[in-house]
Design a protein around this ligand. Sequence first.
Ligand SMILES: Nc1ncnc2c1ncn2[C@@H]1O[C@H](COP(=O)(O)OP(=O)(O)O)[C@@H](O)[C@H]1O
Ligand SMILES: [Mg+2]
Length: 248
Amino acid sequence: MDAGPLVADPHDLELADVLALLRTGRIEVEGRLVDASNATLFCSLTGDGVQAACVYKPVAGERPLWDFPDGTLAGREVSAYLVSEALGWEVVPPTVLRDGPFGTGMVQLWVDGDPEVDLTRLIRADLAPLRRMAVFDAVINNADRKGGHLIPMPDGRVYGVDHGVSFAAEDKLRTVLWRWAGKSLPATTVETLRGLRTDFATCLAPQLAEHLTRREVRVTRMRLDRLLGSGCHPEPSGEWPAVPWPPF
Ligand SMILES: Nc1ncnc2c1ncn2[C@@H]1O[C@H](COP(=O)(O)OP(=O)(O)O)[C@@H](O)[C@H]1O
Ligand SMILES: [Mg+2]
């Protein structure tokens, strides 16, 4: 098989080309990624002279969750990507919903993290990319930001993965990134969130509505309003375990 060059980082290709590869590339399952309750498959993706690695999570492999009865976990992962792009923060690797060997699922570009980074230290560091991730998680209401769901890149950027349990209508923020709780949001972050709020109805809401319930979309807008209203990072509510277990 002439696979062409291996694409290890989305920045090696234009985003439109990465998305085209994710949408139309040929998926070959290489193996199951982890011993998880949901099927998470590591795959190769081959397109027009390019090959990349990806994660494929078929909807058929999703275990029903009592607190996420509507839609699919795959749709929530795609929604997280849409928010990441709308913010312009690129904190989620390019992610699409498409047909695959086990039916419709989410397909996400595999990104090669820096294996030298110690995640136990990383999650305690006061770094701008992590702080943005904390705000991103507050917007999407991420219920599972563990250390292992952070992928630090060799150039200092940090990606987040595994956003299947996000966008619940009830507050469920569960994360290892609480170090900025209650602190004022950086001015640039406020500006970015304001921009997103202005464009919400025209740009983001219709896209999210393809994957989430109307209530979940509306509550996402309300979370944005709440962040902008307080101007601060959220604090643990006390009603829900604030840190995922295990934390990695
Ligand atoms: N797009 C990705 N790029 C690089 N590593 C990834 C990617 N997606 C997942 N991983 C790695 O695989 C692990 C399992 O994937 P995850 O999405 O957490 O699956 P699960 O839903 O089964 O927990 C993650 O903790 C992360 O280390
Ligand atoms: Mg996981």
